[in-house]
Design a protein around this ligand. Sequence first.
Ligand code: ADP
Ligand code: MG
Length: 614
Amino acid sequence: MSEKINLMPDALANQIAAGEVVQRPASVVKELLENSVDAGATEVRLVVKDAGKTLIQVTDNGSGMGPLDARMCFERHATSKIASSDDLFRLSTFGFRGEALASIAAVAEVELKTKRVEDQVGQRILVSNSKATEQEPIVCQDGTQFSIRNLFFNIPARKVFLKTDNVEFRHIEDEFMRIAMSHPEVAFSLEHNGHVLYQLRSENLKQRIVALLGQGQLENLIPVDEPTRIVSLTGFIGKPSLARRSRGQQFFFANGRYIRDAYLHHAVMNAYKDLIPDGHYPLYVLFMEIDPAAIDVNVHPTKTEVKFEDEKAVYAILYSALRKSLAQFQLAPSLDFESETVFQNPGASITGNTRHSGFGSAPMNQLPGGSGHIPAVTIRSSGQSNSPAAAWKSLYEVAIQTANPTEHEQVELPLQTAQPEEEKQKQLFQLHQAYVVAQIKSGMLVIDQNAAHERILFEQFLSKWQNQQQVPVQQILFPVRIEMSVQEAQILRENLEDLLQLGYELTEFGPTTFLVQGLPVDVEGMDATSLIQTLVDQVRHQVQLHRADRREALARTLARLQAIPSGKLLNQVEMERLINQLFACQYPDYTPDGRQTLFTLSLHEIAERLKPQA
Ligand code: ADP
Ligand code: MG
């Protein structure tokens, strides 16, 4: 009988092994970004084409590699990170096994350019199908650049299982966010098909959370800091009122690496129990430092799961730490008003955050929703006194009621007398057709009319949807036909119903063609085509950028488009309505993107300014 056992060719064995590590483009992204961070980089650039199917390129300014390492790094079990079995024990949970590059090189075409500071020249190496095909010295910058092309070119069966570019890119973005979140001190950028989607500077964790999850989160973050003997816990959690129906804002890190853990997630949900409605998820970004010896290492190294030896204790610590943080936030509403320097440059760390303000205007007397109180958009567990809205409102009301013409004579605005016919003096004044100035008890209040209206509309839109209210539609005499790309059409289709409720009547007229038949009364006179186009652009951009809810993105965009522009003259009634509506908002002090809507100037500050210089 003849022998039957054959040795598998190396390349094939490598490919099979690679299957464990490289499941999709996002796996490559994860490994490369981790390597860059491990190499001490302070700047890491990720460039992706076609959701990583065509190109994944990571450039860093880390340690770089010498000529030998540059070649060695593609060998299986080539790692600079494990020198003893102790190290292995410490690190193996997280996949430090020197397998990533070997696996990637088995299933793609890899180009490596790398240079150490101490070397005169760098190295360029091409590897394909696990074989180095070229190596040459080159002139290049200090650091390392990996370019991964044609992923799975040699495993067609695997390629077939890749999902659409949208889905694959979403996975890439997830990995990018996880690594960027856990290394706020490192500057990261992400570019997809020529568009820069993230440009994150080196910053602190709070700023990084805002840069990744949206400006709206700033007023919403509660710090967690709980050092215990078993585990030390730090990070931020979101206020209950802004919990969302969708996931995507939950991050756990154990010893610096992202993990997914249903049991610990349960601990968090339990801490929020009774504070958020069913089916909602709070934001959390939590870092656990734990003795590596207390983590079970018998878990698949490339999975994002870990097993804690004393799971119950970790659960209990997590639960009580969060309860404590949540309680502190509820007892100290004044914290809501702390302004952070982060605001000074909203959007600075995100490029492409274009704003199309001044895009038409809505007459103030046609504001949807009238001047009545706006129902809270989300359920609050804490008493009304905890909301910034309530506090601002009382501040303002007190000011109006106690405004006594003789009390602060020396600082009263001269222009308030321009409205003598007002029976009850409101003392409102429009500055350069852009700001509304009001006297308040402590001094004066300045409101940005455009930003304020954006906030008002945003909350009104959300509440329209929530309460199933319809905004009146103004029919267009001659329906406007709009052509879209396939992707744009898809976005528009997803939003048709919500748009209709807000007064935008659009119907499908073909796979990528739509007819605009009506617009909300407020936006009469705007160019329907560019309005819809801008809308689709911005919703897509925001959903990608902030992972915002689809609806929230739509509401933000519409609010921005419909908000009264600066430069529009407002009369007393309009100004008053604007202020009343603003203070009926849940978060009156910032636009949904974090632009400040108002500030106050106290009598004391004014007096200080006028003090004679010594
Ligand atoms: P591991 O990260 O588990 O060590 P990898 O296959 O991911 O295994 O990488 C192998 C080795 O290649 C690393 O240990 C490191 O020495 C080197 N290396 C990889 N990427 C970089 C980089 N961006 N900068 C410097 N060295 C790197
Ligand atoms: Mg690695």
